[in-house]
Each structure stands twice: as structure tokens, then as C-alpha cells.
Design a protein around this ligand. Structure first.
Ligand SMILES: Nc1ncnc2c1ncn2[C@@H]1O[C@H](COP(=O)(O)OP(=O)(O)OP(=O)(O)O)[C@@H](O)[C@H]1O
Ligand code: SF4
Ligand SMILES: [Mg+2]
Length: 346
């Protein structure tokens, strides 16, 4: 009997909790062609970037899926697709069984937007510097018509600030009066205003000092526990991922190459790219294992390698890898896209 199951259609969820978010064969292609006249003069064809290419996963309610991968692998594009900021070129996103593209085009759009919010990397850029914190945090409440009465609005903002460890008095200050970590807490308070179920966090702590990162991550974990929040958490930092994730998805050039429960992924990484990323982080357990820097560079996404797009950097690549793209298969209880793993070579 084969242990190989093709999961391109059905994506099993490892958690017992019901699925809240499902990405199915999600793809996004950007047209990055030069202007028409340049193309004609220079005889250049149209050019496309497959920023996200056939990504499928499920996130059980109340859990965190972290996406990792080097710059340009498509993490932020997945984030934007999941909250409907981009329309997929192919595939779809379902929240609680509802296909979001359909709902966002209809009368249920506002109700759905309330259920999902996004937190960005740079809290300063996403907070209006001329507004008081009171107005910043109250904005989604006003926009969605959730609280109309002024006193109730103030009370709600005070509650939201307290939920992220800030003082109600902070409502009267401006963003520049706070540190980076406090500003990110204000962003979180604002994101929580509509009582969302699903938060997409795109590198939310990458701009912060390490000690502050831990505080913000702990607040996010507490909020998850208290409110049953579901997170898609994007980070290029595996130490952060280890702290927050239930499942981890590793992306390479627009595709998911491995997805596993956090413990399994850190203990037994299967894909050569996951191994390379893990080998590059300082040894958390101090076992004396040497740190191996990440080898090679991400290929140009306009001209991706044939077959397995990781083959130019992979120590296990062979002729099949250059020719045939590996499918994401369920092997050893994880999802992994690698011929060598499938063949038992590694
Ligand atoms: N609006 C856009 N127009 C054209 N190309 C884009 C656009 N957004 C992203 N891309 C391209 O799509 C690919 C994926 O980009 P994306 O921003 O999703 O990567 P990322 O994993 O978030 O990277 P980083 O870690 O640097 O934030 C890249 O090649 C990028 O240049
Ligand atoms: S399919 Fe081949 S090239 Fe790709 S990761 Fe596996 S062994 Fe390496
Ligand atoms: Mg990004």
C-alpha cells in the first residue's frame, strides 16, 4: 500500500477544530509587461509574475497558520488574497464555507469585512499621524456603524486599548507619542474593533526590537485564547513562527512546498528548502550544531527554473527534478512537494 496521497483536491486539516479559512488552488498572476510601445520597439513579449501559484490550505478555527519563505515568495500576496484585497487569478478563498469573492460582490460584503482584518508590518505607516488614537481605533466602529453614541464609542475604545495592555488615557494622544511596540498594539486594537474572527498579520513584529516583539506576540496569543481568534501569520523569522504557530507553511516562488504541524516541521523538516531555512537559524537548543547560512539566491520570478523551482539550489536535485514539478503530497503525515522525499532518497 502506498503512503502517498495526492492532496491537490482535498486538503485534510490536522486539527479537530472546524475549518474557518480555506484557500483552494489560490493563484495570482501580475502583468508586469513593459509599456506597449517599448514592447513593440524592443520586440519584447508580455511578462507575467506568478506571485502565488496553486496554493491550498485550511486553517482550523482558533488556530494559527504561519507562512514563511524568503522575500518575494508570495506571502503578502496570499495575505491580500485571503482578505479580498486582491482577486485571485484562479482558485478561491472560503471563510466559514462562504466563497469570499461572491460575498464581497454582494450585499453581505460589509458583514464579511467585519469578520476579517489585517495587521501590517509598519504600524506607523498604517496609522494616520494627524488623528488621535481615539479616532484611529474608533474608525472601523464608525465605518461599520457599530457604535453611534459618543459616550459608548469612548467606552468601547477604552476597552479595546485595555485589551492590548494600554491605558484608556492613551486615546487622547497621537501616534508619534508612542514607541513602535505601542503603535503596533494600537493597530491591533483597531483591528479588533469590529470583533473579527480572522486576522491576517503580515510581518506584524518585524520592524520591532526583539524584546518588544515578544511582548506584542504574547498579547496576540492571549487575545487568540480569550477570543478564539484565527490567525494567518506571516514572518520570515522562524524563531517568531516557532513562538506563535500551530501549523507552518513554507513557500518558495509562489508555491507551498511543505506544510506541517509546528512540532513536526521543526523536529523533522522534510523539504530540502525547509531544512536549509532551519539550518540557517541560530541553534535554539544549543546542541552545538553549526549554523549553515542559506545557500544561493531566489531565482528571478519572471523566469523561474523548470521542474522543481528549487532545483538550482538543492543538494538532492537530479534529472527528474529539473524536468518535472513535484506535486504537494501527503507523506509521513505532512504535506511536502519533493521528488526525493517521495522516492525515499532523503
Ligand atoms: N502589485 C504587484 N505588481 C506586480 N508584481 C507584484 C505585485 N505584488 C507582488 N508582486 C511580485 O509578486 C512576487 C511575490 O511578492 P510578495 O510581496 O507577495 O512576496 P513576499 O513573500 O511578501 O515578500 P517579502 O518577504 O519581501 O514581503 C514578487 O516577485 C513581487 O515582485
Ligand atoms: S524535488 Fe528535487 S530539486 Fe526539488 S526539493 Fe526535492 S530533491 Fe530538491
Ligand atoms: Mg511581504
Amino acid at each position: 500500500m502506498s503512503v502517498v496521497t495526492d492532496t491537490r483536491e482535498a486538503v485534510p486539516s490536522a486539527s479537530a477544530a472546524p475549518v474557518l479559512v480555506e484557500a483552494h488552488e489560490l493563484s495570482k498572476t501580475f502583468d508586469v509587461s513593459a509599456p506597449w510601445l517599448n514592447r513593440v520597439i524592443e520586440r519584447r513579449p508580455r511578462q507575467y509574475v506568478h506571485a502565488v501559484d496553486g496554493v491550498s490550505f485550511q486553517i482550523p478555527r482558533g488556530t494559527t497558520l504561519a507562512l514563511v519563505g524568503e522575500s518575494g515568495c508570495g506571502k503578502s500576496t496570499v495575505a491580500r488574497l485571503l482578505v479580498g484585497l486582491y482577486k485571485p487569478s484562479r482558485g478561491h478563498v472560503r471563510i466559514d464555507g462562504e466563497e469570499i469573492a461572491t460575498t464581497l460582490a454582494g450585499p453581505g460584503a460589509q458583514a464579511l469585512r467585519r469578520r476579517m482584518q489585517m495587521i501590517f508590518q509598519d504600524p506607523y505607516a498604517s496609522l494616520n499621524p494627524r488623528w488621535k488614537v481615539q479616532d484611529i481605533v474608533a474608525e472601523p466602529l464608525r465605518e461599520h456603524g457599530l457604535v453611534k453614541d459618543g459616550t459608548a464609542l469612548q467606552r468601547r475604545v477604552a476597552e479595546l486599548l485595555q485589551s492590548v495592555g494600554m491605558s484608556p488615557a492613551d486615546a487622547q494622544k497621537f501616534p508619534h507619542q508612542f514607541s513602535g511596540g505601542q503603535r503596533q498594539r494600537i493597530s491591533i486594537a483597531r483591528a479588533l474593533a469590529t470583533q473579527p474572527e480572522f486576522l491576517v498579520c503580515d510581518e506584524p513584529t518585524s520592524a520591532l526590537d526583539v524584546s518588544v516583539q515578544a511582548q506584542v506576540l504574547n498579547i496576540m496569543k492571549d487575545l487568540q485564547r480569550e477570543r478564539g481568534l484565527t490567525y494567518l501569520f506571516i514572518s520570515h523569522n522562524l524563531a517568531v513562527v516557532r513562538h506563535v504557530a500551530d501549523q507552518v507553511g513554507v513557500m518558495y516562488l509562489g508555491r507551498l512546498v511543505e506544510q506541517a504541524e509546528k512540532r513536526a516541521l521543526f523536529a523533522t523538516p522534510r523539504h530540502p528548502y525547509t531544512r536549509m531555512l532551519l539550518d540557517a537559524i541560530p541553534d535554539i537548543h544549543m546542541t552545538g550544531r553549526a549554523r549553515t547560512p542559506v545557500r544561493g539566491e531566489v531565482p528571478n520570478p519572471l523566469n523561474p527554473p523548470t521542474g522543481c523551482s528549487f532545483h538550482p539550489r538543492c543538494p538532492h536535485a537530479n534529472e527528474r527534478c529539473q524536468r518535472e514539478r513535484p506535486a504537494l503530497l501527503s507523506l509521513h503525515g505532512v504535506r511536502v512537494a519533493c521528488h526525493a522525499v517521495e522516492e525515499g532518497r532523503i
